[in-house]
Ligand binder design. Structure first.
Ligand code: ATR
Length: 273
């Protein structure tokens, strides 16, 4: 019987074990998926143990996504670009293949609601950290663009923008005053998460009707940013779709099957709602 895992610290809150176990059942695959609490100091030992115990693959979450890179034998382009791995597959010869499904998972979640590159012209990314980088890379690869970046620290937005064809950087106030020209707006900062960081990174008031506005946060299900965007006529999408699709892409890498994401998004939304 094959088994998979997720490693992180903390790990108790992870919804991945329930999600993957349900998908294994739904698809008649005899496998299981375990949450494993790994402290930063124990990462190397944990990887060695997973290999020895015959784990077929695992997800990687905070704080190990970048720290695991030196232990991976083959990194794909997404993991290299993001300098972070969220999915590992143990290959037949025992070597480790690492990829990052976060950005592509985000794009899949957009495509699932009918938001595809041909329909969208200008894209605004809010934030310039690791999440913004991964999502932007996947958006560009899927044909979305041109991409504009806005961030509290404009320098970081400029650095990120330089990596993209036609990439531009805007101050938060310039982004707010030109907000109506964007067809897709992606909020990638932690502002609004867990009610710990209240407020919004910028005000989405003034968006054009039907603009797709997404927030990678899913706890709470609707951030103040998304609520404001909805009130302004936005077509809003929270972070559950990205979470489910990053998991689905990992599941596909391990099993060859792309699982039912719509049903999973509904069931997780109900649980968290
Ligand atoms: P991640 O990997 O989740 O993207 P990160 O690389 O630390 O995390 O990036 C965090 C992003 O959230 C940055 O764009 C950061 O803005 P700065 O570059 O100005 O630091 C943004 N961010 C975090 N807290 C913020 C806050 N309170 N207000 C505005 N932006 C914030």
């Amino acid at each position: 019987k094959k088994w998979y895992a997720v490693i992180g610290d903390p790990i108790e809150q992870s919804m991945s074990p329930a999600m993957h176990d349900e998908w294994f059942q739904e698809n008649g695959i005899d496998a299981s998926y375990l949450p494993i609490h790994v402290k930063a100091d124990h990462l190397e030992n944990a990887i060695e143990s997973l290999k020895r115990l015959g784990c077929s693959g695992w997800n990687v979450t905070v704080p190990h996504k970048s720290a695991i890179i030196p232990f991976i034998d083959k990194l794909d382009e997404s993991a290299r670009r993001m300098n972070a791995v969220n999915t590992v597959k143990v290959l037949e010869d025992g070597t480790l293949y690492g990829t990052n499904t976060d950005g592509r998972g985000f794009v899949r979640s957009l495509q699932e609601i009918g938001c595809v590159s041909g329909k969208i012209d200008e894209v605004l990314i809010i934030g310039a950290g690791g999440a913004a980088n991964g999502i932007s890379f996947a958006l560009e690869a899927a044909g979305f663009g041109p991409l504009s970046f806005t961030n509290r620290t404009v320098d970081k937005a400029q650095q990120l923008a330089a990596n993209f064809k036609d990439g531009a950087a805007l101050s938060l106030s310039d982004a707010e005053s030109s907000i109506s020209k964007f067809g897709l707006i992606v909020q990638t900062t932690s502002v609004g998460m867990n009610f710990a960081q209240s407020g919004m990174p910028m005000n989405p008031n003034g968006i054009a009707d039907g603009t797709v506005v997404s927030d990678i946060i899913y706890n709470p299900l609707e951030t103040e940013f998304l609520r404001t965007a909805r009130d302004s006529g936005g077509n809003i999408i929270n972070g559950i779709g990205m979470f489910v699709h990053q998991g689905a892409l990992a599941f596909e890498l391990w099993t060859g099957v792309y699982p039912d994401t719509k049903k999973m998004i509904t069931s997780i939304s109900t649980k968290l709602g």
